[in-house]
Design a protein around this ligand. Structure first.
Ligand SMILES: C[S@@+](CC[C@H](N)C(=O)[O-])C[C@H]1O[C@@H](n2cnc3c(N)ncnc32)[C@H](O)[C@@H]1O
Length: 244
């Protein structure tokens, strides 16, 4: 296991746990997403909220707020965010967690993404940045009150997606919540279904099966029973809330 500390240019927002559990950087990231997440220039280019907003057709704020609303005004106890995101979602979440005397762990397999997130958080935020694969979360069973996955699942190959969901179900306690915001398949009359999805399908090859089968198909049976779904932007996006 790689135990190098994550270098940070200023004091850390909470302790940083290091060592990428789960076998290093996955090939699908270096192969398909080097331009978006892996290369240091990717962070420089994409860490602009207006750009992320543009890519999401002006829906970043709406989707961010939908995620936060599902988490609630207060977030006491232990929260988990699986994978970093560009923009101010995590600082907003960290603020809620802090105001509720809770704590937040953010897990990402790319140190460069965790470093970038560290720059966006107040130095005294109750946040740990954990370098690990989502398929092998560094946490005991039932140890979190809630978990958030924001536009992660469509980027993962099917086996990784399935394993990530199993891991999230494992680490969230019974009665806790899992909030997922991601793509869904818009209706036949949605113009972006015919314009945008074919382009996105090239850039994001693993998203195609998600559009075909829906996120539900990837959920463990126990998650499907309690799942509540809300659509956004004519069905191009969705929020799922699962009570564990
Ligand atoms: C959450 S997704 C997409 C976020 C969205 N495009 C945005 O920035 O608003 C991007 C992050 O997922 C992380 N990621 C992808 N696969 C992962 C895995 N198996 N385990 C942990 N992190 C992963 C990447 O390293 C990257 O930081």
């Amino acid at each position: 296991m790689d135990m190098r500390p994550i270098a940070r240019p200023r004091p850390v927002a909470g302790p940083v746990t290091t060592g990428a559990k789960g076998g290093g950087i996955p090939r699908y990231l270096t192969h398909h997403y080097w331009w978006a997440y892996v290369h240091p220039n990717a962070v420089r280019v994409f860490e602009r909220q207006w750009l992320v907003n543009l890519i999401l057709w002006g829906c970043y704020r709406q989707l961010r707020d939908a995620a936060l609303a599902a988490i609630g005004e207060t977030a006491p106890g232990r929260s988990l965010q699986v994978a970093c995101v560009y923009g101010d979602l995590t600082p907003e979440l960290a603020h809620r967690v802090d105001a509720s005397d809770g704590s937040l762990d953010v897990v990402d397999v790319l140190p460069v993404q965790l470093e970038n997130l560290g720059h966006k958080l107040p130095v005294d935020a109750p946040v740990r940045l954990l370098n690990s694969n989502a398929t092998d979360l560094p946490a005991p069973d039932a140890s979190y009150d809630r978990a958030l996955l924001f536009f992660l699942l469509h980027e993962q190959p099917a086996d990784v997606r399935r394993r990530t969901l199993e891991e999230v179900m494992r680490v969230v306690r019974p009665g806790g919540s899992i909030v997922i915001v991601d793509f869904s398949r818009p209706g036949l009359l949605h113009p972006l279904r015919w314009l945008w999805l074919p382009i996105l399908g090239v850039l994001e090859p693993f998203a195609r099966d998600l559009w075909r089968d829906g996120l539900e198909a990837w959920m463990p049976e126990s998650a499907r029973r309690s799942m509540r779904s809300t659509s956004y932007f004519g069905g191009l996006y969705q929020r799922l809330v699962i009570t564990r």
